[in-house]
Structure formats: structure tokens, C-alpha cells
Design a protein around this ligand. Structure first.
Ligand code: FAD
Length: 407
């Protein structure tokens, strides 16, 4: 039965909410309850490609990413639960001068932090990824510490680790509203009654903006569709091959179940107001945009000719949340003290989940924040992107330039 009060209520059991719950418990915060209207990991999380990557031309993002990669490398030791992590590196392939320069900046950051990332030849790349046909004059950077996780395994492991540490998880319970006195949030409403609390952590994925709107909070983070697909088994697809990211047509390929998983950005970006969907809409029911898939396919085939005749056996699509500057939003918004929003992780919420959860725990436990609060503050946009049209257009644009790093 749902309790009537708790110290902290986490709304949402995706990879971000479960990480927050774990990090809260790990920080010694007691009496934490996590609520999801479905099972754990039933939103966008299980759709993800689960790629991890820490090396960025932006130093903040690299420092943040280093915490995450170190966490994934030691996940079982830190949490007591194993995840399905394949740390086989990644290849970042650039075709034009603009992106060659981006590669140079990444190499500089790699040198600063003593990382093994390096430029490799097309022949070396083909040995690692036999199905890859690199373009002439491309540059290829190998980042050996990158990898991918099976995304559901991360959320489930965080949830289990949180329970081990005393967190109570209630699934099948929708949060219907937030209790608010005009300044402070002091509870959540559910069909099972009101749950009073000192802190609400709003980690409801695509629904966070909608849930906070009745409070007068205009969260600058909107859901934007992202799609990928998986092929049937392919000869020469190696389970241990690195991820391939090709920057100009903006797509990625990684091994999956004997075939390839292919996803890409910038193909018909489309944001949503969750009010457009019927009550009870689930991510799994998100309609496929076949034009998006056709454009993605056309972009990927020249570099992976095998895709031309590959059988598509699984579609993956969901609604990651994006902010106007491409950075996460993790803070208490003005006018809603006691509520920490945890959103706008871009198409990177799995990768960023350890660090994002840690920031939530810092705030609640009153610890010095590891990342300067203004960087991820909900109020940093001031009077910009206030109306929905401007906000959504900007977030779609940010999504469309995903491989530009922090945009
Ligand atoms: C095709 C695809 C590929 C991707 N690839 C990658 C990748 O390679 N690497 C990476 O890091 N990320 C990737 N992502 C992005 C990643 O999936 C997201 O950033 C991440 O899953 C977001 O997690 P979340 O916890 O915010 O949201 P969700 O997983 O959607 O969780 C939100 C939860 O909140 C619950 N909820 C919502 N409303 C309520 C309510 N009113 N009451 C109670 N519960 C509620 C939902 O049921 C859901 O379980 C990809 C996404 C897609 C779609």
C-alpha cells in the first residue's frame, strides 16, 4: 500500500528516476519512495541504444562523462547488481573540415586527461568493423573506453540497488498531480491518495513538462522523437565491434543480437506536447515515421552496404527530452521549491544517468554540488524560449544537430 508520507518521492522509474533513487539512498537519505504508473523501465529507457561516450569537445561534458564511464566500469561493485555493459570502444568518423576540427578538439581534450583516444586508418577501422565501408578522405578517431549498455539492465539494476538500500518502489501507480501552495511542492496526488513529502524528484521522462505545468512552471525541456532499428543476423557483424558514429549524416551503428542497430539524428525532428496524446498513451505506442526510417537508411547504406538487403526485425523509438541549449536540467525551478526536475538528458539519458542521479542526491542531502548549480539550473533560460512555438522549434533544432556536441 502506498504510504501517506515520505521524505522524498521520485516520480518515474526510468533510468533517471531509478538512478536518483539509488544515489539518494547511497547518500544516506532515508524514507525514499519511487512511483511509476507502469513497471520500472517501461518508458523511453528500454528503447535506447544505450551507447556511452564521455569524450567531448566541451570540458564540462567530458568531466561529467568521466564520472559516468567510471561508474559503468564499476557498476556491480558500486551497486551490488550487474549490468550488460559492452566496452568495445567507438569510432567517430568525420567527412568534412568542420567535423575534422571537432575531432581535433576532442583529441586535445583526450590529451589533457591522458586518454588513449587516437586517429586510426581506414584499414584498421575495417579490421574492427568488417561491414564498414569508410569514405575516402574521412578521419577516424578510436575512443577505446566507449561502449554500450543494455538500457533496461541499467534501470533494473539501479532499482534493485535502491531497494537493497531501503527505497520502496510502487509500480502501477500514476501520479495525477503535485500538491503545491504557490511556492512549495509538498506532495503528489494518486488514485491511492495523497503522498506528502519534503521533496519530489520529477523524473517522468516525456511527461515531466506536462506534470509541472499546472504549477505555473514552464520547463524548458520538451520530448523530441528519436528512432532506430535493428536488423536480423548478418554474417560479419561482430558482437565485439566498436560503435561507429558518422558525424555528417549523423547516424550510429552498433552490434545487436547478431545484427546491427542503426539510429540517427536530424531526420524529420519532431517535438510533442504530451497533451496531444490520449490519457494512458505509452511510449511503445509511438507511431513510426517511415520517412525518417527511409532517410536514415539512405544515409547509412553508403557506409554499410550490407544494410541494403538487411531485414529490419525491430524498431526502437521513443521521446527523449531536450533543452534549448542541449544541456540537462536538474534543479528546483523558481516557484516550485521542494521539487527537483530531472530532465533534458537528450538522447543520452542512459549514459548520463549515474551523474544525473548523483546531482539529485547532492541537492537533497545538502552537499556541495559537484557540478556548479547554474550550469544545469531550470531558471537559466530566463525569459528566453517562453512560448511553446519558439521553445519546440529550438529543441528540435538542437536535436537535429546532436553530433555538434553542446549546441
Ligand atoms: C531509439 C533511441 C535510442 C537512444 N539511444 C540512446 C543511447 O545510445 N544512449 C543514451 O544514453 N540514451 C539513448 N536514448 C535516450 C534515452 O532512452 C533517454 O534519455 C532515457 O531513457 C530517458 O530516461 P527517463 O528516465 O528520463 O525517461 P523514461 O524512461 O521515459 O522514464 C519515465 C518514467 O516515468 C513514468 N511516468 C510518466 N508519467 C508518470 C506519472 N504521471 N506517474 C507515474 N509515473 C510516470 C513512465 O511510466 C516512465 O517509466 C535513446 C532513446 C531512443 C528512443
Amino acid at each position: 500500500m502506498l504510504p501517506s508520507s515520505a521524505k522524498v518521492v521520485v516520480v518515474g522509474g526510468g533510468v533517471l528516476g531509478t538512478s536518483a533513487a539509488f544515489h539518494l539512498a547511497e547518500a544516506g537519505v532515508e524514507d525514499v519512495v519511487l512511483i511509476d504508473r507502469g513497471p520500472v523501465a517501461s518508458g523511453t529507457t528500454p528503447m535506447a541504444a544505450g551507447q556511452t561516450g564521455y569524450l567531448n569537445s566541451d570540458r564540462f561534458a567530458t568531466d561529467f562523462g568521466l564520472y559516468n564511464v567510471e561508474f559503468f566500469e564499476n557498476f556491480e561493485q558500486k551497486t551490488g547488481h550487474a549490468i550488460d555493459f559492452h566496452q568495445n570502444g567507438s569510432l567517430r568518423i568525420t567527412l568534412t573540415e568542420e567535423y575534422h576540427q571537432d575531432l581535433e578538439r576532442r583529441l586535445e581534450v583526450a590529451a589533457q586527461i591522458g586518454d588513449d583516444a587516437r586517429i586510426i586508418s581506414s584499414d584498421e577501422a575495417r579490421q574492427m568493423v568488417p561491414l564498414l565501408a569508410p569514405a575516402e578522405d574521412c578521419r577516424i578517431m578510436l575512443m577505446p573506453r566507449d561502449g554500450w549498455v543494455e538500457p533496461k539492465s541499467v534501470a533494473v539494476a539501479f532499482a534493485a540497488a535502491a531497494v537493497d538500500r531501503g527505497v520502496r518502489i510502487h509500480t502501477g501507480v500514476p501520479v495525477t498531480g503535485l500538491v503545491h501552495d504557490g511556492q512549495r511542492v509538498s506532495g503528489v496526488t494518486t488514485p491511492e491518495g495523497v503522498l506528502r513529502t519534503d521533496w519530489v524528484v520529477l523524473a517522468a521522462g516525456a511527461w515531466s513538462r506536462q506534470l509541472s505545468q499546472p504549477l505555473g512552471v514552464n520547463l524548458r525541456s520538451v520530448p523530441v522523437r528519436h528512432q532506430a532499428y535493428v536488423t536480423a543476423r548478418l554474417a560479419d557483424s561482430r558482437p565485439d565491434q566498436p560503435i561507429v558514429r558518422i558525424t555528417e549524416p549523423q547516424f550510429y551503428v552498433r552490434p545487436e543480437a547478431g545484427g546491427l542497430l542503426v539510429g540517427g539524428y536530424g531526420y524529420r525532428p519532431l517535438s510533442f506536447d504530451m497533451d496531444e496524446f490520449e490519457d494512458g498513451f505509452e511510449i511503445a505506442a509511438l507511431e513510426a515515421d517511415q520517412v525518417y526510417y527511409a532517410q536514415l537508411q539512405a544515409a547509412a547504406e553508403p557506409f554499410f552496404p550490407v544494410l541494403e538487403n538487411a531485414v529490419r526485425v525491430q524498431d526502437r523509438r521513443g521521446l527523449p527530452t531536450i533543452s534549448p541549449d542541449g544541456r540537462m536540467v536538474i534543479s528546483e525551478p523558481d516557484g516550485a521549491q521542494g521539487m527537483i526536475v530531472l530532465t533534458a538528458c537528450g538522447v543520452g539519458g542512459v549514459d548520463r544517468s549515474p551523474g544525473a542521479g548523483r546531482i539529485v542526491a547532492d541537492i537533497v542531502a545538502g552537499r556541495d554540488q559537484w557540478i556548479a548549480p547554474e550550469i544545469l539550473g531550470a531558471n537559466r533560460f530566463g525569459d528566453k524560449f517562453v512560448d511553446d512555438v519558439t521553445l519546440r522549434a529550438r529543441c528540435e533544432e538542437v536535436y537535429a544537430h546532436h553530433y555538434h556536441d553542446v549546441y
